[in-house]
Design a protein around this ligand. Structure first.
Ligand code: SAM
Length: 253
């Protein structure tokens, strides 16, 4: 996967390329990251990319021209690498809330360019001209699009074939598959501060363990995320719903 990033702070992306699962994926060249800095396309000596907002008010706005040239340079580099029609995905608190289903779709794309805003945001005309989709990582505001972009990229990278040590682990995470939360996990020691690991997990009975885990997923989803639970109830077949959505699961009437 070819990942492009338009950001005035490209150094921040070393957090993604230098550590953990994502760092290993880049080192093993399962993906490539290409950073483009709008300052390289700013016209003034100071390479400014922001200006005061029309109409007054606090803060600064990212200017259209350096951003547009920067995005075009990113597109061109993608074309040179053999990727055409590469979409530009912006990060914005006003964007579509990111869900795992969207990540699964994006993860199938061969190439994406992420656009990171700063200051009060980006000149609206740039968004109209160049951006295909905007994504929000939650109903709160951070100072720039770099951390949200890294969150999306991390989520995409871990879905790429061969990136996670155990191929199944992403399929068993929260929101995957049936859209349930993950089950609780335990490791050694078997007892700590009077708290024991559930006996079934020590039983060696794989079917009993799988049943217990599934039951825990349902229980947790019903308790913690009634929104997801209601969606699961709507999707589940009658047989499964009757089997698992009994009165022992919180949230059932
Ligand atoms: N004035 C903007 C608003 O209220 O919609 C917020 C601008 S914010 C300080 C600067 C940049 O951070 C945004 O352009 C965007 O790229 C990024 N950003 C902030 N919060 C975000 C969120 N929840 N999701 C995605 N990006 C976000």
């Amino acid at each position: 996967m070819w990942l492009g990033v338009v950001s005035v702070f490209p150094e921040m992306f070393s957090a993604l390329t230098g550590f953990g699962v994502t760092g290993r994926a880049f080192r093993q060249q399962q993906l490539s990251l290409h950073c483009f800095n709008p300052r390289d396309y700013g016209e003034s000596v100071s390479r400014r990319v922001d200006d005061r907002p029309y109409g007054g008010g606090p803060g600064m706005v990212m200017q259209i021209d350096p951003l547009r040239k920067c995005i075009q340079a990113a597109r061109q580099q993608a074309v040179d690498a053999g990727f055409i029609d590469v979409p530009v995905h912006g990060l914005s608190p006003q964007g579509q809330p990111v869900k795992q289903a969207a990540i699964q779709e994006l993860a199938t794309l061969p190439a994406i360019i992420f656009l990171c805003g700063r200051y009060e945001g980006i000149d609206e005309r740039l968004l109209q001209l160049e951006v295909d989709q905007e994504w929000s990582v939650g109903d709160f505001v951070v100072s720039g699009g770099e951390l949200p972009a890294m969150m999306l990229m991390d989520a995409l990278i871990r879905l790429q074939p061969g990136v996670l040590g155990c191929g199944l682990s992403a399929a068993q995470d929260s929101f995957a598959g049936e859209g349930l939360l993950d089950c609780p996990h335990y490791t050694r020691p078997p007892v700590y501060a009077g708290q024991s690991v559930p006996e079934v997990l020590l039983s060696g009975d794989h079917q009993a363990i799988a049943d217990w885990r599934y039951q825990q997923q349902l229980q947790r989803t019903a308790e913690r995320r009634p929104d997801l639970w209601q969606q699961w109830l709507l999707r589940a077949s009658d047989k499964v719903r009757i089997k698992y959505s009994g009165e022992n699961i919180a949230g059932n009437e």
